[in-house]
Design a protein around this ligand. Structure first.
Ligand code: UDX
Length: 437
């Protein structure tokens, strides 16, 4: 039998990076390729557990060859995004990847192409040793890629220093077609997460190099959705939206088991009535903010589906306001992890209260759902601007003077989006645009 083209796919070890690359890998397999998907051991074990079918306890097959390599951290160390994790991966993973290359050659399954998340682009040095082709994968928006690739020019022009610090308070002129930006609104300036500034700047250097040495640059976006950015990064192949919704039942890289009971609950709700509330895989709230969300959702008085990950607050188990669990039963449904794409595709959806992660954004846009924006870190602030100012398919939630989004703000904005037919109609147009209608 003729050898199949063999792809080695390497994501960054985070949910929002693994999912789109896994979906891309499924598409490669559908086109007749062999895919070896390399996770860190920690993520690999989470993926395998979520592949167990609760009905029969058997592991579902994915059609993709899942393998793992160590990330270099000790077992008990925290795997959340940190400098420690990034440097440990850089020091540990290349030699293990070399072993995979050597093994593939001795098994007559030579790797033909490495597809790596641009944030782990240092993997291309290994590919280079074996003379293998390289594709850099960008899981966020094309505009953020354009901005990232523009950073060296901002440093050269003295707008920011090497550490990303704005040299003066001024409006930054970005390449033609991109909205001007306040220097203090740059990705690394607007995140409150410790170390995020250094992490983003490290990523920017890695991504810029990866984009230079890669044979192909692939982005989970759509030409029609981001035409200006397409012109700014003409080399990018925009293959989005990478959605698993057409391949129901096939696993697509979830770290946690999906709670599908919410689909039956959604079936009982009227058309365009439900607020879907989900903040991706890493957002963490203070207890006070978490309580305001709970009260705000109840105040609105409409049905809501709320994803409450067990680690969504700093506590061991998120604690709800007094009486909330009783009050919630007739209005809301809570799950730890939802089948998000199926939820967003449901006829009962009224709006999506989101942290504006790019995957959530592109899923909401592809499915025509109006968006309420509550960004948390990094590229999510840009995504919010794109949703609210460029596409006009969403509204911002604003913090009060104490940095809290209050229950009243939640109520006002949800009611506003409920009653705004124009936002829904624009959201439908954006959905059709992506299908080429
Ligand atoms: C992050 C960044 O936020 C994002 O901007 C970046 O481009 C990639 O990594 P994350 O914060 O987890 O990811 O958010 P998002 O990009 O929205 O990805 C979350 C994914 O998890 C989505 O595909 C969403 O459908 C899925 N999800 C989320 C579920 O399947 N169920 C849930 O309950 C919640």
């Amino acid at each position: 039998m003729a050898k199949l083209p063999h792809f080695l796919v390497v994501p960054f070890p985070a949910q929002g990076h693994v999912m789109p690359l896994m979906e891309f890998s499924h598409q490669l397999v559908d086109h007749g390729a062999k895919v070896t998907f390399v996770n860190t051991e920690y993520i690999h074990n989470m993926l395998l557990s979520s592949l167990v079918d609760p009905k029969d306890g058997q592991q579902r097959r994915s059609g993709i060859h899942l393998v793992s390599v160590p990330d270099g951290l000790d077992i008990e160390e925290d795997r959340k995004l940190s400098k420690n994790l990034i440097y440990s991966m850089m020091n540990t993973m290349p030699r293990h990847l070399e072993d995979l290359f050597k093994k593939s050659e001795s098994d007559d399954q030579k790797i033909d192409c490495v597809v790596a998340d641009a944030t782990v682009g240092w993997i291309f040095d290994v590919a280079d040793k074996f003379g293998t082709k390289r594709a850099a994968f960008w899981p966020a928006s094309l505009a953020v890629l354009a901005l990232t690739l523009h950073v060296p020019k901002l440093i050269e022009a003295g707008v920011i220093d090497e550490n990303g610090t704005p040299m003066k308070e001024e409006v930054i002129r970005l390449p033609h077609g991109m909205p001007d930006m306040n220097a203090f609104k740059l990705m690394w300036e607007s995140s409150s997460i410790p170390q995020m500034r250094e992490i983003i700047l490290k990523f920017i250097r890695t991504i810029s190099k990866a984009a230079t040495v890669a044979n192909w640059l692939i982005c989970n976006s759509i030409d029609e959705l981001e035409p200006i950015s397409r012109d700014l990064v003409p080399s990018s192949l925009n293959i989005g939206p990478l959605l698993a919704s057409d391949r129901l039942g096939q696993p697509t890289g979830h770290f946690w088991p999906e709670d599908s009971t919410c689909l039956a609950w959604l079936d009982q709700q009227p058309v365009h009535s439900v607020i879907y509330v989900a903040f991706g895989s890493t957002t963490i709230f203070t207890e006070c903010q978490f309580n305001e969300i709970a009260h705000g959702l109840e105040l609105v008085g409409k049905p809501y589906l709320w994803v409450v990950r067990p680690d969504i607050t700093h506590e061991l188990i998120p604690s709800f306001p007094d009486g909330f669990r009783d009050g919630v039963t007739h209005l809301g449904k809570l799950v730890a992890w939802a089948p998000q794409q199926k939820v967003l595709a449901h006829r009962s959806m009224a709006c999506f209260l989101t942290h504006c992660g790019w995957n959530s954004t592109i899923e909401g846009l592809s499915l025509g759902v109006p968006l309420l924006c509550w960004p948390y870190s990094a590229d999510q602030f840009h995504n919010q601007n794109f949703i609210c100012d460029t596409l006009n398919v969403g509204l911002r939630l604003n913090k009060d003077e104490n940095g809290i989004i209050t229950r009243d703000e939640i109520k006002v904005k949800v009611q506003k989006i409920y009653s705004d037919e124009q936002i829904r109609s624009r959201a439908n147009k954006v959905k059709d645009m992506q299908k080429g209608v």
